[in-house]
Design a binder for this molecule. Sequence first.
Ligand code: CA
Length: 231
Amino acid sequence: MTKPLVLIVEDEAPLVTLLRYNLEKEGFSVCEAGDGEEALVQIAERKPDLVLLDWMLPLVSGMEVCRRLRRSAETRALPVIILTARGEEADRVRGLDSGADDYVVKPFSPSELVARLRAVMRRAQPAATQDILRFADIEVDTVAHRVSRGGAPVHLGPTEFRLLRYLMLHPTRVFSREQLLDAVWGHDVYVEARTVDVHIRRLRKALNAKGATDVVRTVRSAGYALDRADP
Ligand code: CA
């Protein structure tokens, strides 16, 4: 098995040395970036499995790096742990808001950091590696791009397929139209929120073709969720 690659984005050299030593000892491969711009280059080139991101960085801030990662389809799911200084409570909240998976407060014990890092990687994995998603009697084969309900094939257009796959990755969670646009259509595409309704309608029609229970719940003024509908 190849070692997971961790990118350390930190401008304090002694801390980089400490992190590298501890991560390598724990079986990780390590690469480094000393500022936010370099971080984005390294992420594109080395494709790390996780990013340890210092908040206070030269050139491009940790928050901005995190936001950019979340905006791009390629790096949206890349696990990010933010390193913040003690007392920066507001920064921590903003860090999680900007899409980070977790944060660790400096000074931290290396063993605590490694434990958090493993936990974030574990959480990140199922979504990325699970080939078959199941919810109620619906099955989505994310590799073969096949969908079935109660064993019978369901034919979906590409957008409906992506929409269903995304909802199946987070069953029962309510997503706003904007969140679905970001996740399924991508940040860079300009689509009206109403478009989501159109595709949800098509998805419902395809899934419920044989009179099956509707599993797509409309949450008034909030959005949509995949849910077991009331009988
Ligand atoms: Ca710093």
